[in-house]
Design a binder for this molecule. Structure first.
Ligand code: HEM
Length: 403
């Protein structure tokens, strides 16, 4: 078992890699914190979420204190996530959505005379491209209230010192913006409920949540619907936006020219898969063990957190057919590319990312558009800004159409 490392903050994954090489696939890196580096154990911890393990959620940044948080009520959250699934919207909505995503991303990439693209621009672009899947009329005041919260959360997320409530005007502004956003969303949900005809086909995920029944009553209150939408939109904005920033970074850093014999769609999918492998936005996550559990002869006690790193698995040559240190989309054209549990950009099990399909649709469309464009970022190898969501460090990108 390892000791608390002092270089963890600088590069957590390099640090875990070093400890793994020294101590093996299960080791403690701080009291009560154990790393699992074997895909089978990682898979077990994720697949058994809500049973033998539970999500180890960080304290949420200042939400509205008076209201219970949906994500702390696991059963209701799980019910909303089962309900609000894209494929339930049917073919017509999917067919309507694809061109919206494409035209929105095209406008974003080709915006004339714009200064270099920043991370916040990518977040706005993904919200505009795909936010309508959740709330089809997410516009004007509602969108503005959301963006005010998103931007403030981001600023707060990058602050190194957490000031107490009574001192920090940023904290007060965040709370006010968050209150305004949730109030606006609740009002929107209530207004839609008042006119919703459940006989009509659902047009967005909000409709699906409103239509859900528990006997003869609505399954979810307006507040629960608003909170579920809010959680998803926050992830769409921050994690989806970061995914797009990584895709632009990958385009600038690597040769992504499509081999002639490979179809466009297959290549776009391969480029996105490889980008998510080498640059996953979620580099480290964790679960709390609810029972004493043995991993390869080591018993980890109930109550400890087990840490799982998609990036650690994605770069461990033991689990990959082709050398994982190379950025190579072509690896995805073969079969048996990796150990079945070693590729986890979206997590796995009951708490797998709810945005997998939306995110892949956005990123594959962006990859398709980028095939006819060049991307330039700061010189040098891509670097990471480590965090709950790991984004490209000091990200700036310039996109131009190929001549
Ligand atoms: C590149 C894009 C994305 C990546 C790499 C990503 C990755 C992940 C991962 C790894 C998790 C699971 C974390 C864990 O198991 O502890 C997760 C959860 C989640 N993701 Fe994503 N995500 C992305 C985009 C999105 C988008 C676009 C949405 C919404 C539309 C979204 C919504 C969520 C939500 C709501 C959860 C929490 C699920 C739960 O706890 O039940 N994500 N994401």
């Amino acid at each position: 078992m390892g000791l608390p490392p002092d270089d963890f903050d600088r590069d957590p994954i390099a640090c875990l890699k070093r400890l793994r090489n020294e101590y093996g696939d299960v080791f403690a890196f701080a009291p009560g914190k154990v790393v699992l580096a074997h895909p089978a154990w990682v898979h077990w911890a994720l697949a058994r979420t809500n049973r033998e393990t539970r999500v180890d959620a960080p304290t949420p940044p200042e939400k509205i204190a008076e209201r219970p948080l949906l994500r702390d009520r696991v059963e209701t959250w799980m019910a909303t996530r089962r309900t609000a699934q894209w494929h339930r919207l049917g073919r017509e909505v999917a067919e309507r959505t694809a061109p919206v995503i494409r035209s929105s991303l095209q406008r974003f990439l080709d915006a004339p005379g714009r200064s270099p693209i920043r991370l916040a621009d990518c977040e706005h672009a993904v919200l505009d491209a795909a936010g309508g899947i959740f709330v089809r009329d997410l516009e004007c005041d509602l969108r503005d209230a959301f963006v005010a919260v998103g931007d403030l959360l981001l600023q707060a997320g990058s602050a190194s010192v957490q000031l107490p409530d009574w001192l920090s005007s940023l904290t007060r502004r965040r709370r006010r913006a968050n209150d305004a956003w949730i109030e606006a969303l609740i009002a929107h949900v209530g207004a839609r409920r008042a006119i919703r005809d459940a006989e009509e086909a659902p047009s967005d995920l909000l409709d699906l949540l409103l239509d859900a029944r528990d006997g003869d009553r609505p399954a979810f209150s307006d507040l629960e619907v608003a909170q579920s939408l809010s959680i998803n939109l926050e992830n769409l904005y921050t994690v989806g936006g970061t995914g797009l920033a990584w895709l632009l970074t990958a385009h600038a850093a690597h040769d992504l020219a499509r081999p002639e014999e490979v179809g466009r769609e297959d290549w776009n999918r391969a480029v996105v898969r490889e980008t998510l492998r080498v640059y996953p936005a979620v580099t480290l996550t964790s679960r709390i063990l609810l029972e004493d559990t043995g991993f390869g002869g080591v018993t980890v006690p109930a109550g400890d957190s087990v840490f799982l790193s998609p990036l650690l698995l994605h770069t461990d040559p033991r689990w990959w057919r082709e050398d994982p240190s190379r950025f190579d989309p072509a690896r995805w054209l073969a079969s048996d590319v990796h150990d079945p549990h070693a590729y986890l950009p979206y997590g796995a099990g009951p708490r797998i990312c709810t945005g997998v399909h939306i995110s892949n649709a956005v990123l594959e469309t962006a990859a398709d558009l980028l095939a006819d464009r060049t991307v330039t970022t700061r010189p040098g190898a891509p670097r990471r800004q480590w965090g709950a969501v790991t984004a490209p460090k000091r990200f700036r990108a310039v996109v131009a159409r190929r001549a």
